[in-house]
Design a protein around this ligand. Sequence first.
Ligand code: ZN
Length: 325
Amino acid sequence: MEFPTYRPRRLRKTETLRRMVRETRLSVDNLIMPLFVVPGTGVSQPVKSMPGVAQLSVDRAVEECKAIHDLGIPGVIFFGIPESKDSVGSHAYSERGVVQKALQAIKKAVPGLLLITDVCLCEYTDHGHCGVIVEGDVDNDSTLDLLIKEALSHARAGADMVAPSDMMDGRVGAIRDALDEEGFDQIPIMAYAAKFASAFYGHFREAAQSAPQFGDRRSYQMDPPNAVEALREVELDIGEGADIVMVKPALPYLDLIWRVKQEFGYPTAAYNVSGEYAMIKAAAQNGWIDEERVMMETLIAIRRAGADLILTYFAKDAARVLARR
Ligand SMILES: [Zn+2]
């Protein structure tokens, strides 16, 4: 049908009409809030380059999780900043690690909230890399043993889901086998399946104090131009038992979110990373953009690309906007 018989503007005339024919919806159910947990009590240390985000001690994280749960956000993902770091990231799999303590406390205080843990070593190693260093590079297979220990210690402490983010080969299968053997066969794995060596993570590294002390992560995280390889990575993780597959970052990789969802049809997550958050915050603070509108447009774009779940520092702000509608 052609103009003047068909006039697309007819259905754009009022908000009611627009609401009725909207193709994509963002719900609070789609949101996951990342949290940074630090040792101590009463600590709420703002992350300078991420306005509104703070590192929280366990007691403060409990309060924050209550607020997140009250807003209807279904889940949170934890990153830990340990008291001390060493070459093998011992605090990542210590029973008394910050994430383990947070899991125990929050499971008790906010039982309805889904607790996901980031499984990686970079926040816990003194060199800041995501695994064990052998001859100047991250050694894949010896790292797997430590990731297994970390995932198991999270499951024992009460994690409802684990999310390996290290990009080692074979880690999803190794973690799946270990969880199953220890009786955690009902704990799902959300795999950071296509995680790129991105410049958009800089602010996260301030928040998680995890910047590499030498070199960079390009020998294990993906090369940004590679899309077909990303699909292969996703296929591998699904083959190894991933329940949810993630693309990270989100905005510069919307094409991949789309392709992953189309190709595999699996529950798909996207990480709206710190740099994406910081750009919007900084522009808004300068009065250059309307923060709320840009935030909502960004999140709906990630949904439209095919993400079922969005890990985002905007989760609370977006939940408040959605509650008003
Ligand atoms: Zn890492």
